[in-house]
Design a protein around this ligand. Structure first.
Ligand code: F0G
Length: 388
């Protein structure tokens, strides 16, 4: 394990979460020499258990992963990785199965997370399954209804924090420093990303290595995890070309996109992040150093899209492709269109969009603003219109 801040290295240790010297982010460096193809059994995250380090007394799984890679109807070389079909409706389940299996195996009884909603829902479900307790710090009034419901349903203890996700995250960091009996399952925990990297393995098994992978980026763990998955395949000699990693952020919460595009020396965090894409309403991404590494190493880029572009893309995916995703996930489709328009991506390039969360997670905006019903009196007129 190696610290991204001070460069210190440590023997792999499942108990390590941040650098014991400086508190920086740790990378888990796997030096796989070979993979025994016969070890690839079953489907989902644990199909790749030979490539997931750690000792597990028990695997706490809900059959996460194994999500479909759906070819777009309208764009021949576009593929949609529908992570909304995970057990709790988002990609977080891939990381959570590893993190909660670790917490259980290390003897923890309580896990903690800050969340814009999906991590919370996933942590609550997996720790319920493991018989652990979940403590959540959530930004007050800012978590989408579906996600809030899931966390309550699975029995988490919820503390609502004034301010944004970033304030909630600092509460977790503080608790983690003060109380070593509570296990953090946010993505600064590198073990979680060992589960999320399996997105790359599945894409490879379906279509090989694509030209570009577009990832909605908030706290910035997932783009690194997917890059890491492909990097490990490259190091194993299984692929000979890395996909370019593209981070997409919402205009009101885009520190990483600004850092990349404005050639800043230091990242400027956003104090009051704002966007309809509540999942990625994050101004201070804890994993930004990992995201920058993934983007730069793969020669990718980052961009921002507006709330209008996000909502338009959400409707496009739902009404043209038949795929219902939450706004954060739709940002990838908005980014694809933008990058086709400006020529960065060609229609011939093979591109994968990571559709991170299910539409049912975050219904508020559309239910509140769309004209979705007609009065009884107008039914006949409406049916005649549909027949045209
Ligand atoms: N898409 C969805 C649906 C998410 O819930 C998140 C993150 C992301 C994208 C961004 O992933 O943080 O790895 O860059 N949600 C976190 C949460 C922050 O608390 O559920 P990231």
């Amino acid at each position: 394990m190696r610290c991204l801040s001070c460069g210190a290295s440590f023997n792999i240790d499942q108990k390590l979460i941040v650098c014991p010297i400086c508190g920086g982010l740790l990378e888990i460096i796997n030096e796989f020499q070979d993979i025994n193809k016969n070890s690839l059994k079953g489907r989902g995250v644990w199909r790749y258990k030979e490539l997931i380090p750690g000792n597990y007394k028990k695997i706490v799984s809900l059959n996460e992963g194994n999500t479909p890679l759906i070819n777009s109807k309208n764009y021949e070389n576009l593929y949609l990785k529908f992570e909304g079909l995970n057990p709790t409706g988002s990609f977080k389940d891939r990381g959570m199965t590893v993190a909660i299996s670790s917490a259980y195996s290390l003897g923890y009884k309580i896990v903690v997370a800050a969340s814009t909603g999906n991590t919370a829902a996933s942590a609550s479900a997996y720790s319920a399954r493991a018989g652990l307790k979940t403590l959540l710090f959530l930004p007050k009034g800012k978590v989408a209804k579906g996600k809030m419901f899931q966390s309550i349903l699975h029995g988490a203890v919820i503390v609502e924090v004034d301010g944004s996700f970033d304030n909630a995250m600092s509460r977790v960091r503080k608790l983690f420093n003060e109380d070593k009996d509570i296990y953090p399952v946010n993505s600064f925990n590198p073990w979680r990303l060992e589960g999320q990297k399996t997105i790359a393995y599945e894409i490879y098994e379906d279509i090989g290595s694509p030209d570009f992978v577009i990832v909605p980026t908030g706290n910035a763990g997932n783009i690194y995890a997917i890059w890491k998955g492909f990097k490990e395949l490259e190091n194993l000699g299984i692929i000979d070309k890395m996909p370019k990693m593209i981070a997409v952020q919402a205009e009101g919460a885009s520190p990483i996109a600004d850092f990349i595009n404005k050639n800043q020396n230091e990242m400027k965090f956003v104090e009051n992040p704002e966007t309809v894409a509540t999942a990625i309403r994050i101004g201070k991404p804890v994993n930004y150093m990992k995201a920058i590494k993934a983007i730069k190493d793969s020669k990718g880029t980052a961009l921002k899209v507006s709330d209008d572009e996000i909502l338009y893309a959400q409707i496009y995916l739902a009404r043209e492709e038949g795929i219902g995703v939450e706004p954060a996930s739709a940002s990838t489709m908005a980014a694809y269109k933008k990058l086709l328009d400006n020529g960065y991506i060609d229609k011939k390039d093979r591109v994968v969009l990571i559709l991170t969360g299910h539409a049912l997670k975050d219904p508020n905006i559309m239910v509140n603003t769309e004209i979705h019903s007609v009065s009884q009196d107008n039914i006949e007129i409406l049916i005649n219109k549909l027949k045209i």
